[in-house]
Every structure is written in structure tokens, then in C-alpha cells.
Design a protein around this ligand. Structure first.
Ligand code: DGT
Ligand code: CA
Ligand code: CA
Ligand code: ZN
Length: 579
């Protein structure tokens, strides 16, 4: 079978890793990595594009890479890769993916200690055989063991970030709902529930005749292979590796089907039990009375919950985390919606690593209906992000004040910082400087793998500073790529509560930090939650929706979220910390 875009991208990614281990020229390494990234995001089948002779029109694909793609598609093999694979053992490339192991170390383990697999690395670390290698101490060995554990957990299943799956699902759904004969359409499954990672995409549409819908679905340009093609259900694998299930059903069964395929499985199990208690059997098609009476159809999910004597449960909280019991008691809260949001309290400009000016960000936020924003560029400890020193911070303040005046009350533009919590626990700006800012975000970007005690102390120290208003992306997790710091969240929440400091739900789908379960606990303790885009560009302001989904999963209502407060209330709160 010919290779899919994703498989080709993965191969180029691997070539980049192998070249890096060999110590090749960085430009050559990057050429393969960039090509891999472009191919992964490219929406058309390389097999088709190759036949058309159009490979070189793909971004980051030049003559050399195009020839390799052609060879791969024609022969299923790549001589260049085979040669590299003969030099660099496959297991050494795997070792490169352990947190804390770079190409130099991977090469050293291989050439100085003969380690060519993750298993050998783990065994050597446990037997104390790594300690004697140059630059390796007890601490770095412990870090490697943690890295191996984390890698094992992460590679146990392949899941796709919500930020990738949701737009892909929407694009397909809009194709399907535009077809003649198609009525309603929805994204169901874990995407509808707003889970940070997605196993596969579940789509539902209504149509009287399913066949033409299935035909379009299975023959879209971005289909790598068809996994199933039936009268009510079809499944495909996209070129980027994502699996998509589509079900087509009659409109009068919409409510039960949407509910069933939205899950979670645990929520559904409980619903079925409640139905049974009422003498009804529930499946995706209908509620069927056990006494032989005709089936009861639910065209809307609301009908189904009402039939079961339950308050309607929004999809984001259907996880069997107490929502059934709450619905029975009529105690499902009114969850926050995007319309409640009036502010964005964390964003970057060209002063640090953002791509747009203060004025441009202000205009873009105004266009999105925000009433106030805070400009929070990085502080100087974030050297790679071109962080601001005191002098530049104060110069920036003058510009923020000017833009605020220029916006003439349409939107208020406030001045803050995203200040580094340094590895030693100290903060990047002295109190007298922080006192001049409207709002202070403090974040961990370095030393995330420090021992629990140490990394927790750093956050507690930041929380206790009278000027720090918010801890940005508290755990420092990256969805799929990196687990959060080993924080003692009980201590963090207790201190946030005591000091009146807010905690963030960072809306960027690469972070979604705090995650819902933590955010829920924090909010229940009375800790204010901020939902911020952390936008580094204008289009990233639209990532807010992912933060909203996460907040809804956390059962948050509008009053618990700082970004819904009118400016006066916000300024009162900021001014009153620690009184
Ligand atoms: P995922 O894809 O792993 O991120 O998670 P889901 O929740 O999208 O799970 P998926 O795609 O396997 O199934 C979609 C929904 O269909 C699921 O949330 C509930 C329903 N469902 C699937 N299989 C079963 C099952 O065996 N029993 C029950 N009760 N529901 C199921
Ligand atoms: Ca799914
Ligand atoms: Ca599925
Ligand atoms: Zn930031």
C-alpha cells in the first residue's frame, strides 16, 4: 500500500533526528523537519500531487525532498533513509525523544556505552552505569528515568490535540452539511465534550438517503484510506492520520443518536440505568418501553433528558463526574459561554516574541468584542523570547498608555507583564517596578522538571508576592508533548486562596492549563480563574473557544471567571490583593 502523507512526514522527521545524532549541518536537519511539518499539514494526497508533478509547490519542499517523495511513493522505500538507518540504530532515535536527552547525549550513550534502545538506557540508568559518563550525575540520571516513564505514558496511545481535531472536524462537517438532502450535522464524541486530546472524530448528519453522503465522505481529497463504507456508518483515515467516523440517520432520531455518540461512555451507562429504572431501554435509536409499547423517539437531546426526569446536561460535563446526580437534583450550574467574556488578560506583542504591535492587538481585541485587555510581554529572564528589562518595560508602558488614549474608550488597554518565575524561585522584577503595572502574570517556563518540593516553593513564592495577580499556565504542561511540573497543587491552591491570587486556564490548545479537573477544584475553593489566549498573534485571539470549552468542563459559571467582570470590578480586585 502506498504511503500516506503522515507516514512520509514521520519518515522525514526521523531523517532529521538521525542527521542530528550524526552531528550534521543544522540547515540540512531543519530542511527535513520543515518539510515534515508542511507535509503533515498539507491537505492533499501526495500520491496525487506527485503524479501531477506539483510536489515542489508545497511549502518547504524543494527538488531534493520532492525526489525523495517520488522515490518513496514509487518504491515504498528510500535509499537515503536505508543508508542512514544502517549507520544510526533505530533505538538511538527513540532515545532522542526522552525529555532531557538531546542529540549529543543520545550519541554519547550509543558510542561510549553501547546503548541502542530505550530498554538498554533504562537498565543502564538503574544499574548506575550512566553516572560515570561525562556530564552525567545522579540528578541527570534521575531525570532520564523520569523522562523514560513519561515517554512510555505518552506513547501508550496516539491521540490528537483538540486544537487539530476540532478545525479538521468542522471543515469536513461543513462539506457534508452543504450537500443536497442533508439536514442537521454535528460533531459528537470527545471533541464535543472538549477533551484536550482526541482519539477519533465522530460526526453525525441527518439525511433520508445516506448513500450519496457516504460517497462524498469517503472520496474527499484529504482521505488517506477508507476503513469502512456502509449504509449508516463509514470510517476514514485522513492524510494527517486522524480517523473520522460518520453516521447518517433520520432526523426524528437525532436526539438519542447525538446523545449516544457524544458520550462519554460512563455518562451513557448511567443514563441507560436511569432509563431502565423507568422501564425503558435506551440506545442510539430510541427509548423503547420494555412492556412492548411503541418506541419513543427523541428528536432533541433535551427531549431525552426530560423523558428521563433529568435537567439538561451540557456535553462538556458528561464525564460521570457528578453531573447525573446534579441533574437529578436540578443543580447543573449555568455554564460560562463565550458571550460572557469581556477581557483578555495575557497576550504578547513585538516588544517580546509576539508578531503584532500593541495598537494592532488592541484593534483586533476590539474587533472581537473585548472591553479591556492587558499587554503582558515576557520579562528579561525569558531571553529566547526577547523579554523586557526594567528600562524597556517602562518604555513600553508609555506606549501602552498612548494606545489606550488613542482607542478613545472603545476598549481599555492596560499594562502588565508575564514575569518569569526564575529557576531559583526569585522573580524577574523588583516590587517597586511591579507596583507600577496594572496587572502581573507570573509564569514558570524553566526548571519545570525540578523536584516537587522545589518547583512548588517557586510558585508559592510568586503567589505570596503582593503584586502578582495571576499564575499563568500553572503546571507548564504541553498537550501530548510534555507533562506538567510535579506541583503540589493542594499547597498551590491553598496559597492562591489565602493570597487572593488568580489561576489561569490558558486557552491555547497546546496548553489547556489548568486542565478542567484542576480548574474545577480551584474554583470550588473560591479561587478566581482567568481564561486567557496568551496570543502571540492576532489569529491566536480566536483560541479563546478552547479555553471556554475547558472552563465549561470545569463546571465554571461566569462569575467565577475574572474575564467576565466589568472593568471596575476587575480594577477593584487587582487593587485589593492582600488587603
Ligand atoms: P475518543 O475518541 O477516544 O477521544 O473518545 P470518544 O468519547 O469520542 O469515544 P469513541 O469515539 O470511542 O465513541 C464515541 C461515543 O460513542 C462515546 O463517547 C460513547 C459512544 N460509544 C462508543 N462505544 C460505546 C460503547 O461500547 N458503549 C457505550 N455506552 N457507548 C459507546
Ligand atoms: Ca471519538
Ligand atoms: Ca469513534
Ligand atoms: Zn504568555
Amino acid at each position: 500500500m502506498a504511503l500516506s502523507n503522515r507516514e512520509i512526514a514521520e519518515l522525514f522527521e526521523r531523517i532529521g533526528d538521525m542527521l542530528e545524532i550524526k552531528g550534521e549541518n543544522i540547515h540540512r536537519i531543519l530542511a527535513y523537519r520543515r518539510a515534515a511539518e508542511s507535509i503533515r499539514e498539507f491537505g492533499r494526497d501526495l500520491r496525487v500531487v506527485s503524479k501531477e508533478g506539483g510536489l515542489e509547490a508545497i511549502p518547504n519542499v524543494g527538488k531534493v525532498i520532492a525526489e525523495k517523495i517520488d522515490e518513496l511513493l514509487e518504491t515504498g522505500q528510500l535509499t537515503f533513509y536505508e543508508k542512514l538507518a544502517a549507520e544510526v540504530p533505530a533505538g538511538v532515535v527513540d532515545i532522542l525523544h526522552v525529555n532531557g536527552v538531546g542529540p549529543k547525549k543520545a550519541k554519547m550513550f550509543w558510542q561510549d556505552a553501547g546503548i541502542t534502545s530505550l530498554e538498554e538506557l533504562e537498565a543502564a540508568a538503574r544499574a548506575g552505569k550512566l553516572n560515570n559518563l561525562p556530564g552525567m550525575g545522579e540528578k541527570s540520571v534521575a531525570r532520564i528515568l523520569e523522562g523514560i516513564e513519561s515517554l512510555k505514558r505518552r506513547s501508550a496511545e496516539t491521540r490528537t490535540p483538540l486544537g487539530v481535531a476540532l478545525p479538521a472536524a468542522e471543515a469536513i462537517l461543513s462539506v457534508l452539511t452543504a450537500l443536497p438532502g442533508v439536514g442537521r450535522g454535528a460533531i459528537a464524541g470527545s471533541i464535543r465534550r472538549g477533551k484536550p486530546t482526541i482519539g477519533d472524530v465522530d460526526l453525525l448528519v441527518t439525511a433520508d438517503d445516506a448513500a450519496p453522503v457516504m460517497d462524498v465522505f469517503t472520496s474527499m481529497d484529504n482521505v488517506a484510506r477508507v476503513l469502512g463504507h456502509g449504509p449508516t456508518k463509514s470510517s476514514i483515515e485522513l492524510l494527517n492520520g486522524l480517523q473520522v467516523d460518520l453516521r447518517v440517520l433520520p432526523a426524528e432520531r437525532w436526539g438519542t443518536a447525538l446523545n449516544y455518540f457524544s458520550g462519554s461512555k460512563e455518562h451513557n451507562v448511567k443514563l441507560r440505568r436511569i432509563a431502565l429504572d423507568k422501564g425503558l431501554s435506551l440506545n442510539e435509536w430510541a427509548l423503547t418501553p420494555e412492556n412492548g409499547d411503541p418506541e419513543i423517539l427523541c428528536a432533541e437531546e433535551e427531549d431525552l433528558y426530560a423523558r428521563l426526569g433529568l435537567q439538561y446536561v451540557p456535553p462538556e460535563i458528561r464525564e460521570d463526574w457528578g453531573e447525573i446526580e446534579a441533574a437529578q437534583a436540578g443543580k447543573i450550574p449555568a455554564l460560562l459561554t463565550e458571550a460572557d467574556i469581556v477581557a483578555d488578560l495575557h497576550m504578547h506583542t513585538t516588544w517580546s516574541d509576539g508578531r503584532f504591535s500593541i495598537r494592532e492587538m488592541a484593534e483586533a481585541a476590539y474587533a472581537r468584542g473585548r472591553k479591556y485587555i492587558v499587554i503582558t510581554d515576557h520579562s528579561h529572564g525569558a531571553t529566547i523570547a526577547n523579554g523586557l528589562n526594567v528600562e524597556r518595560l517602562l518604555a513600553q508602558q508609555a506606549e501602552v498608555r498612548r494606545v489606550d488614549a488613542e482607542m478613545n474608550g472603545k476598549i481599555r488597554v492596560l499594562h502588565g507583564t508575564e514575569m518569569e518565575i526564575r529557576a531559583d524561585g526569585s522573580l524577574d522584577f523588583p516590587d517597586e517596578i511591579l507596583a507600577q503595572l496594572d496587572f502581573v502574570v507570573a509564569s514558570l517556563h524553566v526548571g519545570l522538571r525540578q523536584p516537587r518540593e522545589q518547583v512548588t516553593q517557586r510558585v508559592l513564592n510568586a503567589l505570596r508576592n503582593p503584586h502578582v495577580d495571576l499564575i499563568g499556565h500553572p503546571r507548564g504542561q504541553l498537550i501530548i508533548e510534555r507533562e506538567g511540573a510535579d506541583l503540589d497543587l493542594d499547597a498551590v491552591f491553598a496559597t492562591a486562596k489565602e493570597t487572593g491570587t488568580a489561576l489561569e486556564i490558558n486557552a491555547n490548545p497546546a496548553r489547556l492549563d489548568l486542565e478542567a479537573s484542576y480548574a474545577r477544584r480551584a474554583a470550588e475553593m473560591g479561587i478566581p480563574i482567568c481564561i486567557d489566549t496568551d496570543a502571540h498573534s492576532i489569529d491566536q485571539m480566536d483560541l479563546l473557544r478552547f479555553g471556554i470549552l475547558t472552563a465549561r468542563r470545569a463546571w465554571l459559571s461566569a462569575d467565577q471567571v475574572v474575564n467576565t467582570w466589568p472593568l471596575d470590578k476587575f480594577l477593584d480586585w487587582v487593587g485589593n490583593k492582600h488587603v
